[in-house]
Ligand binder design. Structure first.
Ligand code: SAH
Length: 566
């Protein structure tokens, strides 16, 4: 089964039409076009190899419109590593051939058939078992788990060698398969949740039909669940989820147990005891209680998404200055899992594109507290919410507003939300890196905006920071509503610094049309600065020298006073 939305990767303009036809098969998939070569893709990438390998490592299924050989060579270094193995397909640029390459257990053949049907060609399926039986026995549909892959491979080759098979238990997805069925066969496909001894003559497939109600108060929870299942003679692979009371939603012990067992955690309104909780959550199941847990065993695989509700999540993320390469991988992963995205429209657009199932809530830049509360209301419903900031969310951005909203709230549902702040590359750091290392020694970061603080405190801090000989980084240096403040700030700094002090102006750093200028404090005027500019002012030790390409390096040495070892 396909776990996540595939990425369609193209190298040239000639592939775009075919890519769009494939997109009709996977409407949520994005077309990634090589920058400078492809116009009109959904997003662009700079380097084919790095992009393909990153997608692979993030377990994203890949549909590459290029020669199979290129894909194989590109991914070769990753193939011996254990870890992700998403489906990977090569599709001919003109759509005439669909070649599943990797990810047999990630449903690559299913995808190949779907794409081929969309392009009205035949998929180049080469998997013997699948060709013969019309299904990959080792890749049961979601809701079922394969017992043992190695035994399974042997089992399939036995069938290919001519052995017959019988089916025990309910395997509705095999109704359409062309298996050599015989009620007397020695070999069997066994579908059921009972624990069984693995044997070469049986292919064990477990329906994920079991939910276990647990409490954070049970000691050593994951082991308790394992031994309770063992006592009840239920296979661990049949476990579909853990259930717990909403009152324990924030418990780290529950989270750890679910992680360790590799299953989702769902929450139900508080009940008298765990047995009742299990019955309420899964009414159709048989419930066995004991050992500090209650086990609910259903006849069919459980639809986990309909049992109780998940713990809501709220992630306050930093996009970095703008360029996709400067976004941290944890933020990318968070963007993929979000159900709701909140933020100032420009940043939400920068964070996208999003899938159709992801709700975007764009707001005006100034409504920070309202946005923070809205985010908690959504997350408290069990949604997975993202609040977007540019740069780092903790630097003059949404993280503090979100925490302030939570601090003010007495709603236990808000305090149960899984809140996480994910950092980003802040504009001062992105600008400094391009200029060299102007913040290489102690520095002071300030916002010159007096929207939320009196101007007098800004003047005082500027004066003291400049006197202390700190390099200075100014966010929000100027705006239409604050026209004179920067001029005044520069006057204060000039009382403590020489006119030759290096100044770096970074505008739209990491975004299209970025500019980086190096000037001096004496030559700096407010007209050179706007609200999309980062202003870095050196300390007395900040210096410059020419770089090989004709530009200039700016840096502040790590030492102060006398150069060590000189
Ligand atoms: N959280 C952001 C800062 C928000 S305050 C961060 O960590 O970067 C907004 C100010 O940041 C702008 O007025 C500008 O001074 C600066 N800024 C943000 N993005 C920038 C960019 N890409 N290039 C230059 N300055 C930027």
């Amino acid at each position: 089964m396909t776990q996540s939305t595939p990425a369609i990767v193209i190298l040239g303009q000639g592939s775009l039409a075919t890519a769009r036809r494939i997109q009709q098969v996977f409407p949520a998939a994005q077309i990634h076009g090589l920058a400078g070569r492809v116009e009109g893709a959904d997003c662009t990438y700079q380097e084919f190899g790095a992009t393909l390998r990153a997608l692979y490592q993030q377990d994203t299924p890949i549909i590459a419109l290029c020669a199979a050989g290129i894909v194989i060579r590109t991914l070769a270094p990753l193939l011996l590593e254990k870890g992700a193995e998403p489906a990977v397909l090569a599709v001919a640029e003109d759509g005439s051939a669909v070649v599943p390459l990797l990810g047999g257990l990630g449903g690559v053949n299913v995808m190949a058939r779907e794409i081929a049907a969309g392009l009205q060609v035949a998929a180049a399926i080469t998997t013997s078992g699948e060709l013969r039986f019309g299904t990959c026995l080792l890749n049961p549909p979601s809701g079922y788990a394969l017992g043992d892959l190695e035994l399974g491979k042997r089992f399939v080759s036995d069938l290919l060698a001519g052995h017959n098979v019988r089916i025990e238990g309910a395997a509705p997805w095999l109704d359409q398969a062309q298996l050599p069925e015989d009620p007397q066969a020695q070999r069997s496909i066994h579908v059921g949740s009972a624990a069984r001894e693995a044997s070469a003559s049986e292919l064990l497939i477990y329906p994920r039909s079991v939910a276990v109600a647990v409490s954070a108060d049970t000691a050593d929870l994951a082991s308790a669940v394992r031994s309770a299942l063992q006592q009840a003679q239920i296979a661990g692979q049949s476990l579909a989820c853990l259930l717990a009371s909403e009152t324990q939603m924030a418990s780290p012990l529950l989270r750890e147990a679910a992680l360790e067992l590799g299953v989702p955690l769902r929450f139900v309104a508080a009940q008298r005891d765990l047995e009742t909780l299990a019955r309420v959550a899964v009414p159709a199941a048989t419930v066995v209680a004991g050992h500090g847990v209650a086990i609910a065993v259903a006849e069919q695989p459980l639809d986990v998404s309909s049992l109780g509700r998940p713990r809501g999540r709220l992630a306050v993320i930093g996009l970095g200055p703008g360029a996709a390469e400067l976004m941290v991988p944890a933020v990318k992963a968070e963007l993929a899992r979000a159900t709701d995205v909140l933020g100032y429209e420009t940043y939400v657009r920068m964070a996208g594109p999003f899938r159709d199932d992801q709700v975007q809530h764009c707001t005006d830049n100034r409504e920070e507290m309202q946005r923070a509360r809205h985010a908690f209301r959504l997350a408290a419903e069990g949604r997975s919410v993202i609040v977007v900031s540019s740069g780092d969310p903790g630097v003059f951005a949404m993280a503090a507003a979100v925490l302030e909203a939570l601090h003010e709230s007495t709603d236990p549902a808000w305090h149960s939300v899984d809140l996480e702040i994910l950092p980003g590359v802040s504009a001062s750091l992105a600008t400094a890196a391009q200029a060299g290392a102007p913040l290489g020694h102690d520095f002071c970061v300030m916002s010159l905006s007096d929207n939320l603080k009196p101007w007098s405190i800004i003047e005082k801090r500027l004066d003291l920071a400049a006197e202390a000989d700190l390099a200075l980084a100014f966010y929000n240096p100027i705006s239409r509503a604050r026209p004179w403040q920067l001029g005044r700030a520069l006057e204060i700094v000039a009382q403590h610094r020489t006119p030759e002090t290096p100044v770096v102006l970074g505008r739209d750093i990491g975004r299209p049309g970025q500019t980086l200028r190096t000037t001096t404090l004496g030559a700096l005027t407010p007209e050179q600065v706007d609200m999309r500019t980062m202003v870095l002012i050196g300390s007395s030790t900040t210096c410059t020298f020419p770089r090989g390409d004709g530009g200039v390096w700016v840096y502040t040495p790590r030492w102060y006073g006398e150069k060590p070892g000189a």
